[in-house]
Each structure stands twice: as C-alpha cells, then as structure tokens.
Design a protein around this ligand. Sequence first.
Ligand SMILES: [Zn+2]
Length: 77
Amino acid sequence: MQLCPHCHTGKIEWRKVVYVQWKGPRTVIVDRIPAKVCDNCGEKTYDLHALENLQKLLWAVTAPPARHAPTPPAGKG
Ligand SMILES: [Zn+2]
C-alpha cells in the first residue's frame, strides 16, 4: 500500500483518468490515461510511459497541417 506524498494520509490507487493538454490554440483531451490518484486529496500522478507515448502520439497527430480527422493506427484489435 502506498501513501500519498502530497497529503500523507490518502491511499494511492491506479486509475484511468482524463488527461488534458493545451497545445497552442488547441486543447487535447485524452481519455483513460493511467495515473496514480489519491483517494483523499485527489492528487494525480500520471504514468510516465503513458505520457511519453501520448506525447509522441500528440505530435504525430498535430504535426501534419490540413488533416481533418486523425486515423487511429491500424493494428491488432
Ligand atoms: Zn493525498
């Protein structure tokens, strides 16, 4: 069991949370990012690997100029 480093009383649990990031004029909202969430104060610590992957994904999606809807990468479902 892990205690919250923020309030030192809450328990830390892995949860899937909504991650919001602003890239210039755009707001990027990503659902279901794994994060450690305190059940007392609600302090969130995002999973670093997930964030790294997310950054790559965001850059790939936001880099090409006139694309209307980004196509999800094809792969095993
Ligand atoms: Zn806490």
